[in-house]
Write a protein that binds this ligand. Structure first.
Ligand code: NCD
Length: 322
């Protein structure tokens, strides 16, 4: 079994993942993503067959914004692959003394084999990747990209629905500021969904640059205010938290607060076999009364963050020369 994973990992690396930065899901082809899902699937189905391919490798995590799942799933993934992890903790580092991002990245690069960075500024991960010789993974930059979350979301859909093509999607909530929604839309544009409904009040609809990009890529979308109108047709319901911290004006946030809370009574009207996803953390939009419905897949989605990040680390630095 070990050998199968080693060999397949090796072949996929040759297909273009080796030492690659992961900044924007649009940089990856459908076949890159399919290879990734295949490896993540093998790791999640056969956890005991894992090769400790990160032996001797050091992963640096640098989270300039709060995180539970992304930071800890990358940490767990690196440890399970036999790697070691160093964590910057900005609040306890020279960042507090005014050290610049480029200087911080230079240090992380010299101490580690790969950097996972999350930052409130859009473009911060791209900047880090331009400075660092070691591969950089974007764990979220402002409201712009969160590529590994979208890879996880698409992987979860593949696992639970068998495929991504031909399904109807509803992305519900803050598609304006949620980087998870933007990256998922970009990721979906690599596949052939039947239709993607963008369900939110007008002021939370995607920013113009996101809409222009997905239109250009041929993704079929439709704006809608009310999920109930279309819920019997939807295969994948993807909820997002209102990104309170990203609103330039708190009054604008107050206007939309609580504008799309779903309920158990609504989800029971959903199509048979449909799934409800959420990148988490959740606030009021997803009450815990939904958790016991068969469609609730968000906890499984979060759990699969570990095999997904193991697959990413394995493909990017597993066995590759540092
Ligand atoms: C998201 C994020 O940080 O963008 N969480 C995550 O990584 N799973 C979603 C959010 O904060 O709403």
């Amino acid at each position: 079994m070990e050998c199968i994973l080693a060999r397949e990992g090796e072949q996929m690396r040759r297909s273009g993942w080796s030492r690659r930065d992961v900044i924007n899901i649009l940089d990856f082809s459908r076949s890159d993503l399919e290879s990734l899902f295949e490896l993540a699937g093998k790791i999640s189905d056969r956890p005991n067959s894992i090769r400790r391919s990160l032996n001797e490798k050091i992963v640096a995590t640098a989270f300039f914004e709060a995180s539970t799942r992304t930071r800890l799933s990358f940490t767990t993934a690196a440890l399970k692959l036999g790697g070691k992890v160093i964590d910057l903790s900005p609040e306890a580092s020279s960042v507090m003394k005014g050290e610049s991002l480029p200087d911080t990245v230079r240090m992380l690069e010299s101490y580690s084999d790969l950097i996972v960075i999350r930052h409130p500024s859009e473009g911060a991960a791209l900047l880090a990747s331009e400075i660092s010789e070691s591969p950089v993974i974007n764990g979220g930059d402002g409201s712009q990209h969160h590529p590994t979350q979208a890879m996880l979301d698409l992987f979860t859909i593949t696992k639970l629905k068998g495929h991504i093509d031909g399904l109807n999607y509803a992305i519900v909530g803050d598609t304006r500021y949620a980087r998870t929604a933007a990256s998922l839309l970009y990721g979906l544009s690599k596949f052939k969904p039947k239709k993607v409904y963008l369900v939110s009040p007008e002021s939370l609809q995607p920013r113009i640059e996101i809409k222009t990009k997905i239109d250009e890529l041929g993704l079929r979308t439709e704006k809608l205010e009310d999920l109930e109108e279309i819920i019997p047709e939807i295969d994948v319901i993807y909820l997002t938290r209102i990104q309170k911290e990203r609103f330039p004006d708190v009054m604008e946030y107050e206007k939309v607060r609580g504008s799309y809370e779903i309920t158990r009574n609504l989800i029971v009207k959903a199509k048979r076999g449909s799934i409800v996803l959420h990148p988490l953390p959740r606030t009021n939009e997803l009450p815990s009364e939904v958790d016991t419905l068969p469609n609730a897949a968000y906890m499984k989605q979060a759990e699969w963050g570990v095999p997904m990040r193991m697959a990413i680390l394995e493909l990017v630095i597993g066995g590759a020369k540092g």
